[in-house]
Design a protein around this ligand. Structure first.
Ligand SMILES: *Cc1c(COP(=O)(O)O)cnc(C)c1O
Length: 372
């Protein structure tokens, strides 16, 4: 008896390495690589992913979550770690003591942080090029950066912005933002303010082939084989390989229901024919969803596509009428390949009418995760 967990996600770390190589190639080998591992590495498992990226010697890892940063240090990952999010001044001082680099998004936070420490703290400054989220707006960015340079306890190690877009047609808009950011950095430099790391391009800019003068890129989506673009433009990302190799569960029950019996949840009352059904211990609580509209959700059992009859809080009921010799303990593939049949993350997300990333986020942290 092997002790395979009931619910398992298997990652393909070779695909991660291949996506990293492809992304570096697209960005240009002279660029430093900052790998975004926020949100549990986009739902994949932050420890496994960061461990693999550390071995591949990316220049820096970036996350919004200090707990994740601590987990990585505890696993021996000593790649420099950037925190995307800003915390309170006190927590930022503590983060610096633990060796993490924090992001400063505005002058008020910079001033209070400077006042709270007597040892210099390394920071990255965030500029908002039009996303309207964190960062000093471009219009006041020069003033912001020069004022932070005057604060004696903050050591500016990097400056960055984020220019995401989901439609390739927005490339000229994004290129314009990159150009504005380049201009800001050039102006700062010509005034004697030199910053070691500069970064503006994420997956969409790199995959769309945009160009800038920054010396680093910060990439998430592309590393995981996820297209940052809406699906009809997926060809822009066709060289990427999915890092999720499979998501599977285990049959814990098989039932034989006569014609006219009730199979509940989803409302199959008084079925028109007899059914064999299987149950897996995976439901809404683990990020599964019911299919939307008239879409059909299927799983693979013994290499056959089998339709889902009901998704409940902690279980999914599967129609096993197509399958022979099936037993309790058999694997059920939610994403992955069995023989000639396969179900992609894309297909599952389409049945749920969400994006592949949204599908991953709902499953994030709910599976035992291993690499192939
Ligand atoms: C998430 C994030 C990135 C990476 O974006 P992708 O589209 O996943 O490549 C880059 N920069 C910042 C500031 C981010 O928050």
């Amino acid at each position: 008896m092997n002790n395979q967990p009931e619910n398992l996600m298997v990652l393909d770390l070779d695909a991660l390495a291949s996506n990293l190589d492809y992304t570096k190639h697209r960005a240009g080998s002279e660029k430093r690589m900052i790998a975004s591992i926020k949100a549990n590495a986009y739902g994949h498992d932050v420890s496994l992913i960061a461990g693999a990226l550390h071995e591949k010697r990316v220049d820096m890892l970036a996350t919004g979550n200090i707990d994740d940063a601590r987990i990585l240090r505890a696993c021996g990952v000593d790649t420099p770690l950037l925190l995307f999010a800003y915390a309170t001044a006190e927590n930022t001082v503590n983060a610096a003591k633990e060796g993490f680099i924090s992001t400063i998004p505005n002058l008020t936070s910079a001033i209070s942080l400077d006042a709270m420490t007597s040892v210099p703290i390394p920071v990255y400054l965030k500029i908002d090029c039009g996303l309207g989220r964190l960062g000093a707006p471009l219009s006041i960015a020069k003033d912001f950066v020069t004022k932070v340079f005057q604060l004696k306890n903050l050591k500016i190690e990097g400056i960055y912005t984020h220019v995401p877009f989901s439609d390739v047609a927005s490339s000229p808009w994004a290129q314009g933002k990159l150009d504005q950011f380049d201009k800001l950095v050039e102006e700062l430099e010509s005034n004697g303010y030199s910053i070691p790391v500069t970064q503006a391009m994420g997956s969409c800019c790199v995959l769309a082939g945009l160009r800038d003068k920054s010396n680093a890129v910060c990439v998430g989506h592309a590393l995981y084989g996820l297209s940052p673009f809406s699906s009809e433009q997926a060809s822009t990302a066709q060289h990427l390989r999915p890092v999720v190799h499979s998501v599977s569960s285990t049959l814990i029950h098989i039932g034989h229901h006569k014609k006219g019996s009730d199979i509940a949840t989803g409302g199959l009352y008084g079925t028109e024919s007899a059914h064999n059904v299987g149950v897996i211990p995976l439901g809404l609580a683990m990020g599964m969803r019911a299919p939307i509209g008239n879409k059909e959700m299927v799983v693979l059992v013994k290499g056959k596509r089998c339709q889902i009859m009901a998704v409940s809080l902690e279980h999914i009921t599967i129609n096993l009428d197509n399958v022979e010799n099936v037993d309790i303990g058999d694997r059920v593939t939610i994403i992955g390949r069995e023989g000639d049949e396969s179900i992609s993350l894309q297909e599952l997300a389409c049945v749920w009418q969400v994006t592949p990333l949204q599908a991953l986020m709902s499953m994030s942290g709910r599976f035992s995760v291993r690499s192939i």
